[in-house]
Each structure stands twice: as structure tokens, then as C-alpha cells.
Write a protein that binds this ligand. Structure first.
Ligand SMILES: Nc1nc2c(ncn2[C@@H]2O[C@H](COP(=O)(O)OP(=O)(O)OP(=O)(O)O)[C@@H](O)[C@H]2O)c(=O)[nH]1
Ligand SMILES: [Mg+2]
Length: 480
């Protein structure tokens, strides 16, 4: 039985003010907060740009055939509306589109700070109370963009200084990091934990640790980089809150002395700065931007770590497991979502699927499944719906066939991201099973990255791979 008649719903809606209206929308399940989650360079900004572009340009360009509300002719249109937090910069869709639309099309820049956007999507409801209450309905979609580096700070919320140091120690003392970290570890060895604090020593040590994190990321292609703000400090650049390092010799410490150490000692100050970082930077960031989500997409670039070798690939898997511990999953009842919404639909997406030939997409998907396997095991399948897809937010290649030694080979044609040269190539096979260090192919993998060949027209929807399926899974039920 319907709770309200159509007329009374309209009347109540009119009576409510703007913010109360928002609460009402939420209770009618018409407000979606989407977590776009991914490590740095996994494709978040490109994804958000393309989602906005597809929705506001719906009807032009590649049809969103698998997005039911569009397919059934019930989608009216989407536009950007005033975002949730007015003090946070707006997501710079225009700049991203200007890059993609320029004569020499470019990818959006790497993200250096946080931004937000809210889209209003209008449609004709075909089900439930809304069908009787209104002719047209609106779903509001909130998305936040942020530097992927900051995501990996979230697991720190659960750790005290000693626990965090021990986790970092494990990483620093294991290959491939160990070959680069020995010098730093020797310097840490010389640190007298109970000596009077010396700010200069801490500044030098943290600078060295930061350099090391850069090397782990860019030289070794590692994913687990903590603290993330050390390599992307944002507004905190140079502040003492970013000047601490893990302490790796807890086993040698007098623990009673450690507990009572104050900020006048080296170890006391390290601990204090760690806690300050955790509370002031990470927890605030979490509370404001990560505590309330309804839906989540985890974007994973599996091809780059494959290029970087087996250690990089294992580290990617580790990072994904760590990140997923930071979100709350479960079913959201009407009442509970008003107060503590939980993610009830989770999508895993292997990004940049346009780098490979279409016949490799199913292989990319099974590789993705294995990357997330460990993390997935901890989730309850009853409470949450999950789906995996191989996608491209912006399709930059054309598929074709080419004859090679009498055989028809699938090929892609695109513009190499590094040299800008237009090439046609067979990108190679994606492994279906996780190769480990022992059976990693001798030549390794070499999936070439592409950039758009032709300038996008900002009024025509961007070419993509399976974004309509993404939209259907994440939003389809909200637009009924
Ligand atoms: N071919 C192709 N490349 C993509 C696609 N999406 C992202 N890329 C590539 O991946 C790079 C990173 O994409 P971004 O969207 O900036 O990644 P991000 O997750 O926002 O990265 P951060 O801002 O550093 O956290 C881009 O510069 C492109 O080179 C895609 O759909 N197709
Ligand atoms: Mg970005």
C-alpha cells in the first residue's frame, strides 16, 4: 500500500524548503552519492568527465543502449546543478573537455586537490510511488574527485604509530623496495629515539623518506605508498605535520619509556606528528568525503602494473585490499540510509580497455577478477551487489584486422601517448591467470598507452567502451 497519495506527495514536497527537500529526496531514494575510487592514474578524472559528458549530451554520439532509462525513452536530460559543499572547488569539467577538444587533444591533468560536482538527471518514472506522484522525477548524483595518492592514507585511520611503523617496516625490508631503502634504513638505525627532539634531523629524514616514496612509485611502479600526502602534499607542503617517518626498531625499545615519551624526544615527536597527520588530515578528509556513499566504482588500471612486472602487480593487489577496508558495505534500508548510508552496489572496472583488442576484453576481465579476489572475499555477497567490467571512459583507438604472415590478426590503431605517433599494432594477449614471478614471461608485457586521435566535440558524447553498462549497474534502479 502506498504511504502517500500522489497529490499529498506533491503537496508535502512543495511545503518543504530546499534542504528539507534534499532529505526528502534521500528518503525516496533519489539521491545518489557515488564513490569513484582508484589509485593515482587509474582513470578517475577521465571517468568522471566522460560520465558527465555522456549524460549531458545524451542523444548525440554513441547511444547508451544498455542504460535502461535511455533505452526506454524515459531520460529527459541532465545538467549540472549547485554542488553539495560550496566551499569546495567545483570539478573542472570544462578544463577537462577543453583538453580533450583541443586541436592536439590531451588527457586531463593529474588531480592535485579535491573537487565536487552534482548532476541533476530528469526522467519519466515508470515504477513505484513516483509514477503516481509526479510526471517527471529527478535523481541527484554527487561525485568527488581527488588525487589517487590520498586514497591510500585511509587505512592509516585504523593504525597507531607503532602498528603503522611495523607495516611500513615490512614493506621497506622486502624486495623490491629493500634495494632502494637500505641507505634510509641505515640512517634510521642511527636515530636515538629518546634523544632530545631535533627538528632539522626530522625534516631531513622525512625528505629522504619522501624521495624514497617517489622512487617506489615511479621507478618501481609500486602502488602502496604511505603517507600519500608526502608525494602530493597539496596545501600542507613544507608543514611539520608532513615531517615524520616510520620507526622500524620497536623490538629494541623500552615500551614503558616509549609510552611516556613526550614531544621533547625524537620518538615522542614522531608519534605526535603521525597522530596529528592521521587526525587532522586523514580523518577530516575521510569524514567529509568518504563517510557517506551509496554506490562505488573501483577503477583499476591492470595494464600498467603488468608492464611494470610481477612485484608491481602484487603491490596493486595489496593496495586494492587495503583501500577496500576503508569503506562500509551493506544493505541500506530506507531508514538507515538517512543516517548512515552504506554501499549496496559495487563495481570493479578494468580501465583503458581501448588499449587492447576487443577479443582480449574477456581476458582482461578475468585478470581483474583475480586482482580483486582477495578483497572481495571479505564482503558479504547477500548485502551487496557486485559486478566487474572492462571499460574505457574515452575510447582512443579503432579496432581492425590486419594480415600477418597469412593470418588475420586483430589490431588497434591509435596515437601513442609517449611519441604522438599514429600506429597500428597488435597489443598482445592479456594473461588470464595472475602470472607470478616464477612464470612471468621473459619479455614481460608492453601494453602501449594511447591518447585521443581526434579532438572531441564538447556537444557530442565521447566514444567509450561499456560506460552505459556502468551507468545501468550503478544508477539504473534509481531511475525507475
Ligand atoms: N586510452 C585510455 N586512456 C585512459 C582512459 N582513462 C584514463 N586514461 C589514461 O590514464 C591517465 C590517467 O587518467 P586520469 O583520469 O587522470 O587518472 P586519475 O585516476 O584521475 O589520476 P590522479 O588524478 O593522478 O589520481 C590519463 O592521462 C590517460 O593517459 C581511457 O578511457 N582510455
Ligand atoms: Mg584525477
Amino acid at each position: 500500500m502506498a504511504l502517500f497519495s500522489g497529490k499529498s506527495v506533491k503537496k508535502i514536497t512543495r511545503k518543504l524548503g530546499d534542504s528539507a527537500n534534499e532529505l526528502f529526496n534521500r528518503s525516496l531514494d533519489k539521491h545518489v552519492s557515488l564513490a569513484v575510487t582508484g589509485l593515482s592514474q587509474s582513470g578517475k578524472t577521465a571517468f568522471i568527465t566522460s560520465v558527465v559528458n555522456q549524460l549531458i549530451n545524451e542523444g548525440s554520439g554513441q547511444p547508451l543502449a544498455f542504460f535502461d532509462v535511455v533505452h526506454q525513452g524515459r531520460f529527459i536530460g541532465a545538467k549540472r546543478v549547485r554542488q553539495k559543499h560550496l566551499h569546495i572547488p567545483r570539478f573542472d569539467y570544462e578544463a577537462a573537455m577543453a583538453n580533450l577538444s583541443s586541436e592536439e587533444p590531451m588527457w586531463p591533468d593529474a588531480t592535485r586537490s579535491i573537487s565536487e560536482l552534482r548532476l541533476a538527471m530528469r526522467y519519466y518514472p515508470n515504477e513505484g510511488m513516483l509514477k503516481y506522484a509526479t510526471d517527471m522525477a529527478t535523481v541527484y548524483l554527487d561525485i568527488t574527485d581527488y588525487p589517487g595518492e590520498w586514497l591510500l592514507d585511509l587505512p592509516m585511520l585504523e593504525l597507531d604509530f607503532q602498528q603503522w611503523s611495523e607495516q611500513m617496516k615490512e614493506l621497506l625490508f622486502a624486495e623490491p623496495r629493500y634495494q632502494l631503502s637500505q641507505e634510509f634504513l641505515q640512517k634510521l638505525e642511527q636515530l636515538d629515539p629518546f634523544a632530545p627532539v631535533d627538528e632539522k634531523v626530522l625534516a631531513a629524514l622525512s625528505a629522504e623518506y619522501t624521495q624514497l616514496l617517489h622512487k617506489f612509485r615511479y621507478q618501481l611502479g609500486m602502488s602502496v605508498i604511505q603517507p600519500g600526502r608526502f608525494i602530493l602534499p597539496g596545501e600542507h607542503e613544507g608543514a611539520p605535520i608532513l615531517q615524520f617517518v616510520p620507526f622500524v626498531h620497536f623490538e629494541q625499545l623500552d615500551m614503558a619509556k616509549y609510552r611516556s615519551a613526550d614531544q621533547d624526544s625524537m620518538i615522542g615527536m614522531l608519534r605526535a606528528r603521525y597522530l596529528e597527520y592521521r587526525e587532522r588530515i586523514v580523518r577530516r578528509f575521510y569524514k567529509k568525503h568518504f563517510a557517506r556513499f551509496d554506490r562505488q566504482i573501483i577503477l583499476i588500471d591492470t595494464l600498467t602494473p603488468l608492464n611494470n612486472g610481477s612485484d608491481a602487480f602484487n603491490d596493486l593487489q595489496h593496495a586494492i585490499s587495503l583501500i577496500m577496508e576503508s569503506f562500509s558495505y551493506g544493505q541500506s534500508s530506507l531508514l538507515s540510509r538517512l543516517f548512515s548510508p552504506k554501499i549496496d552496489k559495487l563495481m570493479f572496472a578494468a580501465t583503458k580497455a581501448d588499449h587492447i583488442t576487443a577479443d582480449q576484453h574477456s581476458r582482461l576481465l578475468s585478470l581483474l577478477e583475480q586482482v580483486v579476489h582477495k578483497a572481495k572475499k571479505t564482503l558479504s555477497f547477500d548485502a551487496i551487489k557486485m559486478k566487474s567490467l572492462a571499460i574505457a571512459s574515452v575510447k582512443t583507438t579503432e579496432q581492425g584486422k590486419s594480415e600477418y604472415q597469412g593470418q588475420q590478426l586483430s589490431v588497434v590503431k591509435g596515437k601513442r601517448a609517449d611519441t604522438g605517433q599514429v600506429i597500428t599494432l597488435y597489443p598482445g594477449a592479456v594473461p588470464t591467470k595472475l602470472p607470478d614471478a616464477n612464470n612471468w614471461p621473459d619479455k614481460g608485457f608492453n601494453f602501449i598507452a594511447f591518447k585521443p586521435i581526434t579532438a572531441a566535440d564538447e556537444h557530442i558524447a565521447l566514444a567509450h567502451i561499456r560506460l552505459d553498462q556502468v551507468l545501468q549497474f550503478l544508477l539504473g534502479d534509481k531511475l525507475k
